[in-house]
Design a protein around this ligand. Structure first.
Ligand code: PGA
Length: 257
């Protein structure tokens, strides 16, 4: 399975800043075709970035989506609109949306289904808070988040979804999860997916890790056998750091990843 590195720019950048960053990343990826790369700029920059990426293999993602096609939903953006802009991916269920904007598991499920219907690949984020980890609820949290979000997703559609394990306590804190914690979490996620989609189906789904990924720790994280990609926040805002993270997968090419 080709590894996937996603840059989540969150609420950063004007159109011209985003274009400049995308241009630099495109240039830096010229000779790299063994890693899939996706950029997720803010809504306002999607148009500018799609123009920069035209004709390249770099994918474009939105950071959020509404589940209706159109209607009286002030401030919302539909999957159809994102497709028309050139998006092929969309992040759903990011913990910042769940936590700061009260997004429920049910809303995440609606977004996942609507994205698939429109031909967008959801990057579905799951992960526990430090409180939940301390109380040993981690596996229960995954099971709930995954089972709710993937309810109604047909057996064959699982290969159109990317899962991102993002422990809430690791996001933007500088404290990444350890390879051992990640390996266990990813195996548990695999198990839940197997229960829902069968062994073969589950194996077709990439599971990314996200949370304080930096050039300094990327190689170690990329080496974890259960990690099929990385979701990068802060370190994706600079071309040099992002490209160095993408390159961290390259020494392992040919080792089955
Ligand atoms: P971070 O964010 O890399 O800045 O920790 C990751 C994310 O929120 O996807």
């Amino acid at each position: 399975m080709k590894p996937l590195v996603v840059g989540n720019w969150k609420m950063h950048g004007t159109q011209s800043e985003a274009s400049a960053l995308a241009r630099e990343i495109r240039k830096g990826l010229k000779n790299i075709n063994d890693v899939d790369v996706v950029l997720a700029p803010p809504f306002t920059c999607l148009g500018a970035v799609t123009r920069v990426l035209k004709g390249s293999a770099i994918g474009l993602a939105a950071q959020n989506v509404h589940w209706e096609e159109e209607g009286a939903f002030t401030g919302e953006i539909s999957p159809k609109m994102l497709r028309a802009l050139g998006c092929r991916f969309v992040i759903v269920g990011h913990s910042e949306r769940r936590r700061l904007f009260q997004e429920s598991d049910q809303a995440v499920a609606e977004k996942t289904l609507a994205s698939l219907r429109a031909g967008l690949r959801p990057i579905l984020c799951v992960g526990e808070t430090s409180e939940e980890r301390k109380k040993e609820l981690t596996t229960r949290v995954f099971a709930r988040q995954l089972r709710t979000a993937l309810k109604g997703v047909g057996k064959s559609a699982i290969e159109k979804i990317e899962i991102a394990y993002e422990p809430v306590w690791a996001i933007g804190t500088g404290q990444n999860a350890t390879p051992r914690q990640i390996s266990r979490a990813h195996r548990w996620i695999q198990e839940v997916l197997q229960g829902l989609f069968g062994r073969k189906g589950a194996q077709k789904c990439r599971i990314l890790y996200g949370g304080s990924v930096r050039p300094e720790n990327a190689a170690e994280l990329a080496r974890v056998p259960e990690v099929s990609g990385l979701l990068v926040g802060g370190a994706s805002l600079k071309a040099t750091t992002f490209l160095s993270i993408v390159r961290s997968f390259r020494p392992h090419m040919g080792s089955g990843k």
